[in-house]
Every structure is written in structure tokens, then in C-alpha cells.
Design a protein around this ligand. Structure first.
Ligand SMILES: Cc1ncc(C[n+]2csc(CCOP(=O)(O)OP(=O)(O)O)c2C)c(N)n1
Ligand SMILES: [Mg+2]
Length: 337
């Protein structure tokens, strides 16, 4: 009986995972089109990284805390962050949790255990290590995940964070989403070795995952998460995936990239994952079509709704600066408002 229940739960988990991937892809396309129409300022698409993120997310618990980076929308959607929170930040509108002060794509959703995204790459890693240390000190449940791209492994912060996490045996998973590019720099020009192997130098476990296939990604992520959760120390998990879009809406990859993976092509992680799930009898074309149509409906509806929300009031720029307003701020405020 328990086995049947578990099997059913795993089945639903995979279907929900694929659903989050499709929802994220639909949202990505909508935001990119809107940016081209001048309705959104800037965005960093996440197309091609959906299976890697959702596969990991499926292996995580509610108590786990994520120091995400700017491409982690699929993971956020899968962990239940409302689409409104993401769109409010993209628009920088009045309801944005960061009050419109962050660059678009620098998300935060504290109630869902997603910390804010700092712009200098890999600076989230030392913060994540500090949080993992604090979790142990306070005897709190859950592990910490810090995500980043392949290019981010060339920063001092990556190395400092890895070293400290290993020395203190902290409950942290370093999640490298290797999409092959750091803007226009290919990964071959970034490192002479495979990224997951760098774990060895710090005395921690390194793992490589097929971040293009939801089923495979989930299996490897489960092993990595289990290792960290059971107190055996940190893990560096490298997920191989593709950056199917530009680095950002301000980038034109056709100037430097010849092998762009196209939406719906055989290397597209949604196609790969759908085929993998079909092969084990978990989904069929009819269900996929239903999920697609529903995702499109939700995205269109939420987009139009959140776009109507006005920008933050000008006076909010004076908030959160000091606990008590200084005379300089008061004079500035009176001058502007
Ligand atoms: C410390 C630092 N250097 C440079 C930049 C400019 N920059 C922004 S994103 C990026 C590429 C990062 O590539 P990667 O880590 O592979 O992530 P991806 O964008 O491919 O997902 C660079 C160089 C930055 N934000 N911070
Ligand atoms: Mg990259």
C-alpha cells in the first residue's frame, strides 16, 4: 500500500515539475515579447534551464533556503512563488517587494525562502555559506542552496565560499547551472577542467547532472540533497544545460554564437523531459496540450493585471534609508515632493 501511495506521489511530482517548466517557458516568452514592445525594461530569460532548476527543486523541502541568481524563475515558480511576485518585480511597480529599486530579474520572495539577488555574480555564495553556518548554530531545520552560472566560478567569492563551507562541513548545496556561456565567453575559455571536479580541491563531494532531462536531473539532485541533508557536508552539483535565449534582452547572441538551441527542438529541455516522461508513461500529448493552454491563459491574465499597477510613489525612495530620517533626507524630500 505504502509503495502504491509513494509511486502515485512521485508520479504527481513529475507532472507538477513539467507543469512548472512549461509555465516558466510561457512566462519567459511573454516577457521577452513585451520587452521588445517597450512594455518591460530588461529581462534575463531562463529558457533552456528549466529542467535543471525544477529537477533540483523537486528534491528540496519547504524549509530549505535558496540564494538564487537572476535566472531562477522556474525554480521559484515550482516552489510556489506566485507569478504576481515575479511580474511585480519585472515591472518595478508599486507592489514590488523591493519597491522598484532593483534591476529587473533581481528577484526576491522571502516568504518562500528565496533571498534577494545581488548583481555582482557569485556574491550570493559567501552569504549563503554564512546562512548555512547560522542554521547549524541555531539548530534550524533545512539546508541552504546557492545557485550560480558557469562564469561565476571564475570569481574569488566562489572559491572562498567553497573552502569555508567544506572546512566547517556546512549544510549547503552549491548549484552550478552550466549553460555554456557567461554572456559571450564560452565555458571552454572560462575553465580548463570540468566544474564539478573543483569540489575535490576543497574536500567536498562534486556531482554532475544531466540538467536537460527532468527525470535524470531529479535523480542526481536527490542524491546531492540527501548527502547535504544527512550532515555529510556540502556538495557542488553541476547541471549541464543550455542557454537557449540571449544572455539578457540587451544581448544579441547571433554576433558570437552559432549553435543556439531552438525552442521546441530536440535539445530543448522541455522536449527532452516530455519525451522522458512519455517513455515511462507519466504524460501524454493530450495532458501536455492542456498544461500549455492553461499556462498561456494564466500568463496572459496575470501579465495584463500586474502591468496596470502604477509605479511606486516617489516618496518611497526616502524609506528604509535610516531608522530615523536625517535633516538632509528631510530637506531632499521636501524639495522633491
Ligand atoms: C563580479 C561581476 N562581474 C561581471 C558581471 C557582469 N556579468 C553579469 S552576468 C555575467 C555572466 C555570468 O555568467 P554565468 O555565471 O555563466 O551565468 P549565466 O548568465 O550564463 O546564467 C557577467 C559577466 C557581474 N554582474 N558581476
Ligand atoms: Mg553561464
Amino acid at each position: 500500500m505504502t509503495e502504491i501511495v509513494n509511486e502515485q506521489m512521485e508520479k504527481e511530482k513529475h507532472i507538477r515539475g513539467l507543469g512548472a517548466m512549461i509555465l516558466s517557458r510561457t512566462l519567459d516568452k511573454k516577457i521577452i515579447t513585451a520587452q521588445r514592445q517597450g512594455r518591460v525594461g530588461f529581462y534575463t530569460p531562463t529558457m533552456g534551464q528549466e529542467a535543471a532548476q525544477v529537477g533540483l527543486s523537486m528534491a528540496l523541502d519547504k524549509d530549505d533556503l535558496i540564494y538564487e541568481y537572476y535566472r531562477d524563475v522556474p525554480m521559484m515558480l515550482h516552489r510556489g512563488v506566485p507569478i504576481e511576485i515575479i511580474l511585480n518585480q519585472v515591472f518595478g511597480n508599486r507592489d514590488d517587494l523591493a519597491k522598484g529599486r532593483q534591476m529587473p530579474s533581481h528577484l526576491v520572495a522571502r516568504d518562500y525562502n528565496f533571498m534577494s539577488v545581488p548583481s555582482p555574480v557569485a556574491t550570493n555564495l559567501p552569504l549563503a555559506v554564512g546562512t548555512a553556518y547560522a542554521k547549524v548554530y541555531r539548530k534550524e531545520k533545512g539546508i541552504v542552496v546557492a545557485s550560480f552560472g558557469d562564469g561565476s566560478t571564475s570569481t574569488p567569492d566562489f572559491h572562498a565560499a567553497m573552502n569555508m563551507a567544506a572546512v566547517f562541513n556546512l549544510p549547503i548545496l552549491f548549484f552550478c547551472e552550466n549553460n555554456g556561456w557567461a554572456i559571450s565567453t564560452p565555458v571552454e575559455k572560462q575553465t580548463k577542467t570540468e566544474i564539478w571536479k573543483k569540489a575535490d580541491a576543497y574536500g567536498m563531494v562534486g556531482m554532475k547532472a544531466d540538467g536537460n532531462n527532468l527525470v535524470e536531473m531529479y535523480k542526481t539532485a536527490q542524491q546531492a540533497v540527501e548527502h547535504v541533508r544527512s550532515g555529510k557536508g556540502p556538495v557542488l552539483l553541476e547541471a549541464r544545460c543550455y542557454r537557449m535565449g540571449p544572455h539578457s534582452t540587451s544581448d544579441d547572441p547571433t554576433k558570437y554564437q552559432t549553435d543556439i538551441v531552438l525552442d521546441g527542438s530536440e535539445k530543448d529541455p522541455i522536449v527532452v523531459s516530455q519525451n522522458a516522461l512519455k517513455a515511462i508513461g507519466l504524460v501524454n500529448d493530450q495532458l501536455i496540450e492542456k498544461v500549455r493552454a492553461e499556462s498561456q491563459r494564466i500568463v496572459n491574465e496575470k501579465f495584463d493585471q500586474q502591468e496596470k499597477i502604477p509605479p511606486p510613489d516617489p516618496e518611497t525612495i526616502f524609506q528604509d534609508v535610516y531608522a530615523k530620517e536625517t535633516w538632509i533626507l528631510r530637506e531632499e524630500r521636501e524639495e522633491i515632493l
